[in-house]
Design a protein around this ligand. Sequence first.
Ligand code: NAP
Length: 243
Amino acid sequence: MMDSFENKKVLVTGGSRGLGEAICRRFASAGCQVIVNCAHGIEVAEKVAAGINGIAYACDISDEKAVARMFSDVGPVDILVNNARIDPYKRGADMTDGDWWDAVMSVNLKGAYLCGKFAFEDMKKRQWGRMIHISSLWAYQPANERMLSYAAAKSAMHALSRGFANLGATHGITSNVLAPGLIMTDLIMTRLTPEQLEKEMAGIPLGRGASTDEVAEAVFKIADTPFLTGEIINLNGGAFMRA
Ligand SMILES: NC(=O)c1ccc[n+]([C@@H]2O[C@H](COP(=O)([O-])OP(=O)(O)OC[C@H]3O[C@@H](n4cnc5c(N)ncnc54)[C@H](OP(=O)(O)O)[C@@H]3O)[C@@H](O)[C@H]2O)c1
Protein backbone atom coordinates (compact mmCIF):
# COMPACT_ATOMS: atom_id res chain seq x y z
CA MET A 1 0.00 0.00 0.00
CA MET A 2 1.47 3.35 -1.07
CA ASP A 3 -0.62 5.67 1.12
CA SER A 4 -2.40 5.18 4.41
CA PHE A 5 -6.14 4.99 3.88
CA GLU A 6 -6.90 5.01 7.59
CA ASN A 7 -9.67 7.60 8.24
CA LYS A 8 -9.59 8.93 4.71
CA LYS A 9 -13.02 10.22 3.76
CA VAL A 10 -14.47 8.58 0.65
CA LEU A 11 -17.61 9.67 -1.15
CA VAL A 12 -19.08 7.01 -3.40
CA THR A 13 -21.89 8.37 -5.53
CA GLY A 14 -24.55 5.74 -6.10
CA GLY A 15 -22.97 3.69 -3.32
CA SER A 16 -26.19 2.08 -2.20
CA ARG A 17 -26.22 -0.91 -4.53
CA GLY A 18 -24.48 -2.85 -7.26
CA LEU A 19 -20.89 -1.86 -7.90
CA GLY A 20 -21.13 1.22 -5.68
CA GLU A 21 -21.95 -0.92 -2.66
CA ALA A 22 -18.90 -3.14 -3.27
CA ILE A 23 -16.69 -0.03 -3.62
CA CYS A 24 -18.01 1.29 -0.29
CA ARG A 25 -17.17 -2.00 1.42
CA ARG A 26 -13.68 -2.16 -0.12
CA PHE A 27 -12.67 1.31 1.05
CA ALA A 28 -14.21 0.71 4.48
CA SER A 29 -12.11 -2.45 4.83
CA ALA A 30 -9.01 -0.26 4.38
CA GLY A 31 -10.07 1.94 7.30
CA CYS A 32 -11.76 4.71 5.34
CA GLN A 33 -14.79 6.65 6.48
CA VAL A 34 -17.31 6.10 3.70
CA ILE A 35 -20.19 8.31 2.59
CA VAL A 36 -22.75 6.12 0.85
CA ASN A 37 -24.56 8.42 -1.53
CA CYS A 38 -27.85 7.57 -3.23
CA ALA A 39 -30.71 9.48 -4.81
CA HIS A 40 -33.94 7.77 -3.92
CA GLY A 41 -33.39 4.70 -1.78
CA ILE A 42 -32.06 6.10 1.50
CA GLU A 43 -33.10 2.97 3.45
CA VAL A 44 -30.94 0.88 1.13
CA ALA A 45 -28.00 3.26 1.55
CA GLU A 46 -28.52 3.27 5.32
CA LYS A 47 -28.31 -0.51 5.40
CA VAL A 48 -25.00 -0.46 3.51
CA ALA A 49 -23.67 2.36 5.71
CA ALA A 50 -24.67 0.52 8.90
CA GLY A 51 -22.61 -2.49 7.85
CA ILE A 52 -19.43 -0.47 7.36
CA ASN A 53 -19.74 2.22 10.00
CA GLY A 54 -20.33 4.73 7.21
CA ILE A 55 -22.79 7.54 6.56
CA ALA A 56 -25.74 7.35 4.18
CA TYR A 57 -26.50 10.55 2.32
CA ALA A 58 -29.34 11.06 -0.17
CA CYS A 59 -28.50 13.69 -2.75
CA ASP A 60 -29.44 13.96 -6.39
CA ILE A 61 -26.02 14.69 -7.87
CA SER A 62 -27.56 16.49 -10.84
CA ASP A 63 -28.85 19.20 -8.49
CA GLU A 64 -26.08 21.73 -7.93
CA LYS A 65 -27.55 23.16 -4.73
CA ALA A 66 -28.05 19.70 -3.27
CA VAL A 67 -24.46 18.75 -4.14
CA ALA A 68 -23.17 21.94 -2.48
CA ARG A 69 -25.18 21.04 0.62
CA MET A 70 -23.86 17.49 0.65
CA PHE A 71 -20.21 18.60 0.50
CA SER A 72 -20.84 21.19 3.18
CA ASP A 73 -22.55 18.58 5.41
CA VAL A 74 -20.01 15.78 5.02
CA GLY A 75 -16.89 17.94 5.08
CA PRO A 76 -13.71 17.56 3.01
CA VAL A 77 -13.63 14.45 0.87
CA ASP A 78 -10.24 12.79 0.22
CA ILE A 79 -11.39 10.26 -2.35
CA LEU A 80 -14.27 10.69 -4.76
CA VAL A 81 -15.68 7.77 -6.69
CA ASN A 82 -18.04 9.01 -9.40
CA ASN A 83 -20.10 5.86 -9.77
CA ALA A 84 -23.78 6.93 -9.85
CA ARG A 85 -25.72 6.53 -13.03
CA ILE A 86 -29.20 6.66 -14.40
CA ASP A 87 -30.16 3.13 -15.30
CA PRO A 88 -30.40 3.09 -19.13
CA TYR A 89 -33.44 0.82 -18.86
CA LYS A 90 -35.35 3.36 -16.78
CA ARG A 91 -36.46 5.75 -19.51
CA GLY A 92 -39.99 6.96 -18.78
CA ALA A 93 -42.57 6.09 -21.43
CA ASP A 94 -43.56 9.74 -21.83
CA MET A 95 -40.03 11.11 -22.17
CA THR A 96 -39.00 12.69 -25.44
CA ASP A 97 -35.52 12.00 -26.84
CA GLY A 98 -34.48 15.42 -25.58
CA ASP A 99 -35.84 14.78 -22.08
CA TRP A 100 -33.98 11.48 -21.91
CA TRP A 101 -30.72 12.99 -23.18
CA ASP A 102 -30.95 15.73 -20.55
CA ALA A 103 -31.72 13.24 -17.77
CA VAL A 104 -28.82 10.95 -18.66
CA MET A 105 -26.35 13.82 -19.09
CA SER A 106 -27.54 15.48 -15.87
CA VAL A 107 -26.73 12.51 -13.68
CA ASN A 108 -24.03 10.58 -15.52
CA LEU A 109 -21.97 13.57 -16.62
CA LYS A 110 -23.03 16.80 -14.93
CA GLY A 111 -23.33 14.98 -11.60
CA ALA A 112 -19.78 13.66 -11.94
CA TYR A 113 -18.56 17.13 -12.92
CA LEU A 114 -20.27 18.82 -9.96
CA CYS A 115 -19.01 16.29 -7.42
CA GLY A 116 -15.55 16.58 -8.96
CA LYS A 117 -15.59 20.38 -8.73
CA PHE A 118 -16.65 20.43 -5.09
CA ALA A 119 -14.25 17.66 -4.07
CA PHE A 120 -11.40 19.28 -5.96
CA GLU A 121 -11.44 22.52 -3.95
CA ASP A 122 -10.97 20.72 -0.63
CA MET A 123 -8.43 18.29 -2.07
CA LYS A 124 -6.42 21.26 -3.30
CA LYS A 125 -6.34 22.75 0.19
CA ARG A 126 -4.93 19.50 1.56
CA GLN A 127 -2.70 18.84 -1.49
CA TRP A 128 -3.96 15.26 -1.69
CA GLY A 129 -6.87 13.69 -3.47
CA ARG A 130 -8.05 10.77 -5.59
CA MET A 131 -10.83 10.80 -8.13
CA ILE A 132 -11.98 7.66 -9.85
CA HIS A 133 -14.71 7.92 -12.44
CA ILE A 134 -16.62 4.78 -13.39
CA SER A 135 -17.15 4.67 -17.11
CA SER A 136 -18.06 1.69 -19.28
CA LEU A 137 -17.16 -0.35 -22.30
CA TRP A 138 -20.03 1.59 -23.87
CA ALA A 139 -17.69 4.60 -24.05
CA TYR A 140 -15.99 2.75 -26.93
CA GLN A 141 -18.42 0.36 -28.53
CA PRO A 142 -20.94 1.65 -31.05
CA ALA A 143 -24.15 2.30 -29.15
CA ASN A 144 -27.53 0.79 -29.88
CA GLU A 145 -30.66 2.95 -29.63
CA ARG A 146 -31.06 2.51 -25.86
CA MET A 147 -27.43 3.25 -25.04
CA LEU A 148 -26.84 6.32 -27.30
CA SER A 149 -26.90 9.01 -24.61
CA TYR A 150 -25.39 6.69 -22.00
CA ALA A 151 -22.40 5.95 -24.24
CA ALA A 152 -21.94 9.63 -25.05
CA ALA A 153 -21.94 10.54 -21.34
CA LYS A 154 -19.43 7.81 -20.50
CA SER A 155 -17.14 8.86 -23.31
CA ALA A 156 -17.26 12.50 -22.16
CA MET A 157 -16.38 11.33 -18.66
CA HIS A 158 -12.95 10.36 -19.99
CA ALA A 159 -12.29 13.98 -21.01
CA LEU A 160 -13.62 15.18 -17.66
CA SER A 161 -11.21 12.88 -15.82
CA ARG A 162 -8.22 13.99 -17.87
CA GLY A 163 -9.13 17.61 -17.13
CA PHE A 164 -9.18 16.97 -13.39
CA ALA A 165 -5.90 15.07 -13.73
CA ASN A 166 -4.37 18.08 -15.44
CA LEU A 167 -5.71 20.57 -12.89
CA GLY A 168 -4.77 18.38 -9.95
CA ALA A 169 -1.30 17.28 -11.01
CA THR A 170 0.57 19.96 -9.10
CA HIS A 171 -1.65 19.54 -6.03
CA GLY A 172 -1.20 15.85 -5.27
CA ILE A 173 -4.57 15.05 -6.83
CA THR A 174 -4.93 12.20 -9.28
CA SER A 175 -7.90 11.48 -11.52
CA ASN A 176 -8.47 8.27 -13.46
CA VAL A 177 -11.24 6.37 -15.18
CA LEU A 178 -12.16 2.76 -14.66
CA ALA A 179 -14.09 1.43 -17.65
CA PRO A 180 -15.62 -1.97 -16.85
CA GLY A 181 -17.28 -4.38 -19.23
CA LEU A 182 -20.05 -6.64 -17.98
CA ILE A 183 -20.39 -6.65 -14.18
CA MET A 184 -22.47 -9.37 -12.55
CA THR A 185 -24.56 -7.12 -10.34
CA ASP A 186 -27.84 -8.41 -8.88
CA LEU A 187 -29.62 -6.11 -11.31
CA ILE A 188 -27.85 -7.59 -14.35
CA MET A 189 -28.45 -11.13 -13.13
CA THR A 190 -32.19 -10.55 -12.83
CA ARG A 191 -32.51 -8.41 -15.94
CA LEU A 192 -30.78 -10.55 -18.54
CA THR A 193 -32.34 -13.80 -19.68
CA PRO A 194 -30.02 -16.83 -19.74
CA GLU A 195 -29.89 -16.45 -23.54
CA GLN A 196 -28.92 -12.77 -23.32
CA LEU A 197 -26.30 -13.56 -20.70
CA GLU A 198 -24.83 -16.28 -22.91
CA LYS A 199 -24.64 -13.81 -25.80
CA GLU A 200 -22.85 -11.29 -23.57
CA MET A 201 -20.36 -13.94 -22.42
CA ALA A 202 -19.62 -14.90 -26.01
CA GLY A 203 -18.14 -11.43 -26.50
CA ILE A 204 -15.83 -11.82 -23.52
CA PRO A 205 -12.68 -13.86 -24.13
CA LEU A 206 -12.40 -14.74 -20.42
CA GLY A 207 -15.92 -16.14 -20.68
CA ARG A 208 -17.55 -14.35 -17.76
CA GLY A 209 -18.54 -11.00 -16.35
CA ALA A 210 -16.62 -9.37 -13.50
CA SER A 211 -17.79 -9.70 -9.92
CA THR A 212 -18.58 -6.44 -8.17
CA ASP A 213 -15.78 -7.22 -5.71
CA GLU A 214 -13.10 -7.52 -8.35
CA VAL A 215 -14.14 -4.23 -9.96
CA ALA A 216 -14.15 -2.59 -6.52
CA GLU A 217 -10.64 -3.97 -5.95
CA ALA A 218 -9.49 -2.32 -9.18
CA VAL A 219 -10.99 1.00 -8.03
CA PHE A 220 -9.11 0.68 -4.76
CA LYS A 221 -5.85 -0.15 -6.55
CA ILE A 222 -6.21 2.95 -8.70
CA ALA A 223 -6.60 5.06 -5.55
CA ASP A 224 -3.57 3.29 -4.11
CA THR A 225 -1.32 4.07 -7.08
CA PRO A 226 -0.11 7.66 -6.61
CA PHE A 227 1.85 7.83 -9.89
CA LEU A 228 -1.18 6.93 -11.98
CA THR A 229 -3.16 9.86 -13.33
CA GLY A 230 -5.05 10.89 -16.46
CA GLU A 231 -5.49 7.23 -17.41
CA ILE A 232 -8.33 4.96 -18.44
CA ILE A 233 -8.13 1.47 -17.01
CA ASN A 234 -10.16 -1.00 -19.02
CA LEU A 235 -11.47 -4.02 -17.13
CA ASN A 236 -13.46 -6.10 -19.56
CA GLY A 237 -12.20 -9.67 -19.65
CA GLY A 238 -10.41 -9.03 -22.93
CA ALA A 239 -13.46 -7.74 -24.80
CA PHE A 240 -11.26 -5.48 -26.94
CA MET A 241 -9.70 -8.58 -28.48
CA ARG A 242 -13.10 -9.39 -29.99
CA ALA A 243 -13.71 -5.88 -31.33
N1 NAP B 1 -23.61 -3.12 -14.28
C1 NAP B 1 -22.74 -3.25 -15.28
O1 NAP B 1 -22.63 -4.29 -15.95
C2 NAP B 1 -21.85 -2.09 -15.62
C3 NAP B 1 -20.94 -2.22 -16.67
C4 NAP B 1 -20.07 -1.17 -16.95
C5 NAP B 1 -20.12 -0.02 -16.21
N2 NAP B 1 -21.02 0.10 -15.21
C6 NAP B 1 -21.02 1.35 -14.42
O2 NAP B 1 -20.82 1.02 -13.06
C7 NAP B 1 -21.50 2.00 -12.25
C8 NAP B 1 -22.42 1.29 -11.28
O3 NAP B 1 -23.33 0.51 -12.02
P1 NAP B 1 -24.44 -0.39 -11.30
O4 NAP B 1 -24.92 -1.36 -12.29
O5 NAP B 1 -23.93 -0.87 -10.00
O6 NAP B 1 -25.58 0.75 -11.06
P2 NAP B 1 -27.06 0.66 -10.46
O7 NAP B 1 -27.32 -0.66 -9.84
O8 NAP B 1 -27.99 1.16 -11.51
O9 NAP B 1 -27.01 1.74 -9.25
C9 NAP B 1 -26.97 3.08 -9.55
C10 NAP B 1 -26.70 3.87 -8.29
O10 NAP B 1 -26.71 5.26 -8.64
C11 NAP B 1 -27.61 5.94 -7.78
N3 NAP B 1 -28.18 7.09 -8.47
C12 NAP B 1 -29.01 7.11 -9.53
N4 NAP B 1 -29.33 8.39 -9.85
C13 NAP B 1 -28.68 9.18 -8.96
C14 NAP B 1 -28.62 10.57 -8.75
N5 NAP B 1 -29.32 11.43 -9.53
N6 NAP B 1 -27.88 11.04 -7.73
C15 NAP B 1 -27.19 10.20 -6.92
N7 NAP B 1 -27.20 8.85 -7.07
C16 NAP B 1 -27.95 8.36 -8.08
C17 NAP B 1 -28.64 4.90 -7.36
O11 NAP B 1 -29.28 5.32 -6.16
P3 NAP B 1 -30.90 5.18 -5.99
O12 NAP B 1 -31.15 3.70 -6.04
O13 NAP B 1 -31.17 5.80 -4.67
O14 NAP B 1 -31.51 5.90 -7.15
C18 NAP B 1 -27.75 3.69 -7.19
O15 NAP B 1 -27.11 3.73 -5.93
C19 NAP B 1 -22.23 2.92 -13.21
O16 NAP B 1 -21.48 4.09 -13.43
C20 NAP B 1 -22.33 2.10 -14.49
O17 NAP B 1 -22.44 2.90 -15.63
C21 NAP B 1 -21.89 -0.91 -14.89
